[in-house]
Write a protein that binds this ligand. Sequence first.
Ligand code: SF4
Length: 283
Amino acid sequence: MFSDTQLAPMKAKSVISVSKLPNVDYVYNPYIGCSFGCLYCYSRYMGRFFGHSKAQWGSYVYWKSNAIQLLEKESIRIKKKGGLVLIGSVTDCYQPIEKKLHLTRDSLRIFLKNQIPISILTKSTLAERDFDLLTQFNYCEFGVSVSILDSKVSRTFEPLVSTPRERIKLLRKANQSGLDTYTFIGPIHPFLSNTQAIFRRVSNITNSIMGEIINLKCGNWKNIQSSLRKLDIFDEDYKNQANSESFYLKNKHILNIMCERSSIKFKGIYKHYNPGLKGPSNI
Ligand code: SF4
């Protein structure tokens, strides 16, 4: 799994940052880079801090070797201030290297010791390993991302993450363990993501839902085009839909209505195409 990935430790100056995302106050990422290397991933901009091009996303992972020491100190400050910490905002904290390093697990012990409210989002079944810790938090949201239900189609965009079926199974186990579960439906692709079908698969095992329209402005377009070619989808049609207000509104409407009918909390949909708005804040 790691043979083609450059792996190296790094020293961080700090590990908890104030969040620019809605619904969370802070973010914590024990890793920089993600060997899952999803073709659409917009975290690829992180590479510029380490001399990597956007095209190299997926080929390197740095782990913060002093993360635990810094977290011990910073978590005391966060505990005093209060607020929710999202673990894994620009990387999957349960990517393959975590199995060996257990940096996420060691970090969870510190968050737990201080009872800091956390939110985790993953595409990896490795997360089940830590349910014993997650269930001890006074407040812990556990989220799983699902973008495309069909495994073969999913593989063209996200070849190394757990399959959609495995992720839904993980969400079910989290729900059965008593965790506060959420489903992140995203990225939502034109022609490929069936938000209604995904909703139906998770509606009895998720407490809330949010979504995200595919972000095409982060150096991922060539990758997406090559996947679309394999699927015989015309890239201009895909792009036009992805960038249209109507596509966003349609998906938002569908999820809003379905959540309302099922008494599931709907946390909105991110979109990226409006040039008047910065980043994923236009929920
Ligand atoms: S798992 Fe998440 S962070 Fe990792 S490459 Fe895929 S989208 Fe990016």
